[in-house]
Design a protein around this ligand. Structure first.
Ligand code: ADP
Length: 501
């Protein structure tokens, strides 16, 4: 299925072969150490680019540039309206380069180019467009106060939202461009400056975005982009004393390290972490929707979604029909290179992820789970794991409890829509997302209300919108991305009180 990799278009090949540097203070510079690292195509394992490897010294330079840009220079004086127009222009540029960005994403991450174009690139542009409107709408309040301990005068009190300052942002490899957009757009609309540390597996689309940011006219130092490894560049950013806030998306395990690093000087922290999201098919579900819906819920992006609907609960009377239905849908999913026009599922992002996911499949087998389809990696060239459905599971199995971050569904029957079902759905350290499928809207909403998750989709899944807050309960994170809600991640509130007369 994946023996012949399609040719990379000439202009992309030329771009890939360039020397990829770090964006610091408006300039593309090599790492101070002079080091570089290889970027591979996960469908073939071949090296496709070399990128400067930033570490603590580069992070320090980038933070200094971001500080200068925050305190002085054109960005600090730019009107909200001009800031909004700039963000809008960035969104336009992303759309103008949609095809190229999607191809880069397919080569670097492995996802199908058609999916990258329809989802990652479109949503990334929309995030900038949506957030551009907020630049002019970040308002304080006038607040009537009683001043009980100092009542001898009248007072006038207002709140003034202010940008939190220099922000360190650390993003993962599953949606490289989109995660950059989710992070950068709200930080910029609020007037912050940024050091963005991109994932070592997938640095390329964010570096291309950096070129577009300069083309849009973003002043020097407002966004600095560092490619590099987590333990070096990422850790240095999370611990840097002149960073006011860290925004992180990645594993819950690393999220805890970020919190520890940021605790030293009490930086603000927002986190978007792992998940093991329940997807519940109620007895009255319309299976013509629920079967393809549950298939996409877990297999979209090869299961490499923090919000993947990876724990399926199906009413017992429908269980066999649903599992067979999803297996039939899964059998139709065409695996291949992300650049092939008919590919619907690419490889996992790296050999590390391949080993991790197939390790989970081995553990599932050892613990007695049965694979209805898939069940092991394809081996050979590229990091391909086929869609897998595991049944005969128990609530204590590793495959049921831990986030796999691959195309693996665990399916469990239930008998009643009762407290026990809700308890089972909520029996996880995570709380990112959930799905409910049923035709009785009232009952579906009752179930949705009781799920401890930041997003619940009813009769749909993976519906994202720049206007909708997204984030986790419990160990799935702190704070929300997108929507009006994300603004508070990047703002401080100042209360100013004036004595009158
Ligand atoms: P994943 O499991 O999806 O690779 P990680 O949490 O390991 O997620 O990585 C997400 C991002 O966090 C990447 O940019 C990675 O380089 C970075 N990272 C990994 N370890 C650390 C760390 N100790 N400190 C800061 N950032 C880190």
């Amino acid at each position: 299925i994946h023996d012949t990799a399609p040719a990379i278009p000439a202009e992309i090949r030329t771009w890939l072969s360039r020397e990829h540097r770090l964006l610091i203070d408006g300039q593309w510079v090599p790492a101070q150490s002079g080091k570089t690292f290889e970027v591979t195509d996960p469908a073939t394992g071949e090296v496709v680019a070399r990128v400067a490897e930033g570490d603590a010294a580069d992070i320090d330079r980038a933070v200094k540039a971001a500080r200068r840009a925050f305190e002085s220079g054109p960005w600090a004086r730019m009107t909200p309206s001009a800031r909004g127009r700039l963000l809008h222009r960035i969104g336009d540029l992303i759309l103008e380069h949609a095809d190229e960005l999607a191809a880069i994403e397919a080569i670097d991450n492995g996802k199908p180019k058609s999916v990258a174009k329809a989802a990652d690139v479109t949503l990334a542009a929309d995030m900038f467009h949506y957030m551009s409107g907020w630049a002019t709408k970040i308002e304080g309040k006038s607040i009537p106060i009683s001043a009980l301990a100092a009542p001898s005068a009248d007072y006038f009190s207002v709140t003034r939202p202010e940008p939190v300052g220099v922000v360190g942002q650390i993003i993962p490899w599953n949606f490289p461009l989109l995660m950059a957009a989710w992070k950068l757009a709200p930080a910029l609309t609020t007037g912050c400056t940024v050091v963005l540390k991109v994932a070592e597996e997938t640095p390329l689309s964010a570096l291309r975005l950096g070129e577009l940011l300069l083309e849009a006219g973003l002043p020097d130092g407002v966004v600095n982009i560092i490619a590099g490894f987590g333990e070096t560049a990422g850790a240095a950013l999370a611990a840097h004393p002149d960073v006011n806030k860290v925004a992180f998306t990645g594993s819950t395990e690393v999220g805890k390290l970020i919190v520890k690093a940021a605790a030293h000087d009490l930086k603000r922290v927002s986190l978007e972490l792992g998940g093991k999201s329940p997807n519940i098919i109620l007895p009255d579900a319309d299976l013509s929707l629920a079967i393809p819906g549950a298939t996409a819920a877990v297999f979209f992006n090869h299961g490499q979604c923090c919000n993947a609907g990876s724990r399926l609960f199906v009413h017992r009377k429908l269980f066999d029909q649903v599992v067979e239905g999803i297996a039939a849908e899964a059998a139709k999913i065409k695996l291949g290179h992300g650049l092939s026009a008919d590919t619907e599922m690419g490889p996992l992002v790296s050999s590390v992820q391949y080993e991790r996911v197939t390790g989970f499949l081995d553990a599932g087998r050892r613990e007695g789970a049965r694979a209805v389809c898939g069940g092991q990696g394809l081996g050979g060239r590229g990091y391909f794991v086929p869609p897998t459905i595991l049944v005969d599971t128990s609530p204590t199995m590793k495959v049921v409890r831990e986030e796999i971050f691959g195309p693996v569904l665990v399916a469990t029957p239930f008998d009643e829509v009762d407290d026990a079902l809700i308890a089972q759905a909520n029996d996880t350290i995570y709380g990112l997302a959930a799905g409910v499928w049923g035709q009785d809207a009232g009952r579906a909403h009752q179930v949705a209300n009781r799920l401890r998750a930041g997003s619940v989709w009813i009769n749909c899944y993976h519906v994202f919108d720049a206007a909708l807050p997204f984030g986790g309960y419990k160990q799935s994170g702190w704070g929300r991305e997108m929507g009006q809600a994300v603004l508070s991640n990047y703002l401080e509130t100042k209360a100013i009180t004036q004595r009158l007369g």
